[in-house]
Design a binder for this molecule. Structure first.
Ligand code: SAM
Ligand code: SF4
Length: 391
């Protein structure tokens, strides 16, 4: 039985489901943009969706906003301005709330970046992926390396000092030296944050149907270790499996996910997680996935695709899946604040997994050991209570 003293911090995720072209590795809910994206109608739908979600946010303040996709930079600065104005008119935003927008280098210029800034965006996340022209081609990107650099410089000139670059490693045909060159180019551009993801082959993608040849596992491990050392030397501290920040400029929005905080999710296929102190429950909600279905359903309950109330076992597993990605781990007090459960609910599991060498407990902080981080799935399996194993 959950027993919240107070609900955890609340964020808002807004999904924009269109891209210029679908990348062959991508399983996000993104669709090739039709001639003339229905931007106005979609923003109206987002606001209607938010209005119906408001009971979940009553009495609460939104700490961060993340406009993700898809490619939100396909929307006009005027559209983003209207969207954020309509959000502010309906829910209280923390005065210095982090407000991020994802941008693709093939879709932006300095004037557009300035417009996003004037609209209230204070953090940009640019999808660079690599600075090697041939590798960018191998992964079907719409931009080349030069355009990626120009986009980052334009973002700086437009006044964005809180800038993230997304990069991937383990790309088809990539050597360790090429992966490191990408990181050197990225750090020289002085972003506040770098997300450095290992390419994964996801079901329902082009790469799943036609798998490209990727670096061997040993090379991937070598890349990861060398990249981590390089980023560390350049002043980028790792705080999550794939996230590195300079001067403690971690992504507050993603931190809230990883700390098992709450979030509203509006837009096609958006997910939400809401804790309710009145019913002592945590509910996950997802919205209609296809943009057309969402546009048609946004003004009614039909916009909701799935709702599920988490069992105690779900809460334990989902908490671990998120928080053990963080280098800082968690404490008994943060566990109770995020889950509404007493620490006693996991103490025997923590002791068992610690004895297995996958967790460490020191000075009241519980975190994955380097081996636990490397074999996170194994850790999560041993995390589940015996009853769930046998179910
Ligand atoms: C939702 S995408 C949005 C960024 C923007 N649409 C772009 O691609 O420029 C967020 C990031 O997820 C990463 N990503 C997407 N698919 C991935 C995959 N299969 N493996 C690893 N990282 C992936 C990419 O680095 C991408 O920039
Ligand atoms: S641009 Fe980004 S969201 Fe769109 S398909 Fe490519 S990786 Fe996915």
């Amino acid at each position: 039985m959950l027993n919240f003293a107070a609900t955890p911090p609340l964020s808002l995720y807004i999904h924009i489901p269109w891209c210029v072209r679908k990348c062959p590795y991508c399983d996000f809910n993104s669709h090739e943009a039709p001639e003339g994206i229905p931007e106005d109608a979609y923003i109206t739908a987002l606001v209607a969706d938010l209005e119906q979600d408001l009971p979940a946010a009553w009495g609460r303040t939104i700490e961060t906003v993340f406009i993700g996709g898809g490619t939100p930079s396909l929307f006009s600065p005027e559209g983003i301005d209207r969207l954020l104005g309509d959000v502010r008119a309906r829910v209280p935003l923390k005065p210095d709330a982090e407000i991020t927008l994802e941008a693709n280098p093939g879709t932006v210029d300095q004037a557009r970046f300035r417009g996003f800034r004037d609209a209230g965006i204070n953090r940009l996340s640019i999808g660079v992926q690599s600075f090697q022209p041939d590798l960018l081609q191998n992964i079907g990107r719409i931009h080349n390396d030069r355009e990626a650099v120009i986009a980052v410089e334009a973002a700086h000139h437009a006044g964005f000092d809180n800038l993230n670059l997304d990069l991937m490693f383990g790309l088809p045909g990539q050597s360790t030296e090429q992966a490191l060159m990408d990181l050197r180019t990225a750090t020289a551009l002085e972003p506040a944050h770098i997300s450095w993801y290992e390419l994964t082959i996801e079901p329902n993608t082009c790469f799943h149907r036609h798998p490209p040849e990727r670096p061997a596992d040993d090379t991937l491990w070598e890349m990861q270790q060398a990249g981590r050392t390089l980023l560390d030397a350049a002043g980028f501290e790792r705080y999550e499996v794939s996230a590195y920040a300079q001067n403690s400029r971690q992504c507050q929005h993603n931190l809230n996910y990883w700390q098992f905080g709450d979030y509203l999710g509006i837009g096609a296929g958006a997910h939400a997680k809401i804790s309710d102190a009145a019913t002592q429950s945590i509910t996950r909600i997802s919205k209609a996935k296809h943009p057309r279905t969402y546009l048609d359903a946004a003004h009614s309950t039909q916009r909701i695709s799935t709702t599920s109330r988490l069992s105690v076992d779900d809460v334990l597993l989902e908490f671990a899946m998120n928080v053990l990605r963080l280098d800082q781990g968690f404490s008994p007090a943060t566990f109770t604040a995020a889950t509404g459960l007493p620490y006693a609910a996991i103490e025997p599991i923590v002791n068992k997994v610690t004895a297995d060498g996958l967790l460490s407990v020191k000075d009241g902080t519980i975190k994955a050991t380097p081996r636990g981080q490397r074999y996170l799935n194994e850790l999560l399996q041993s995390w589940m209570p015996e009853t769930t194993h046998n179910a």
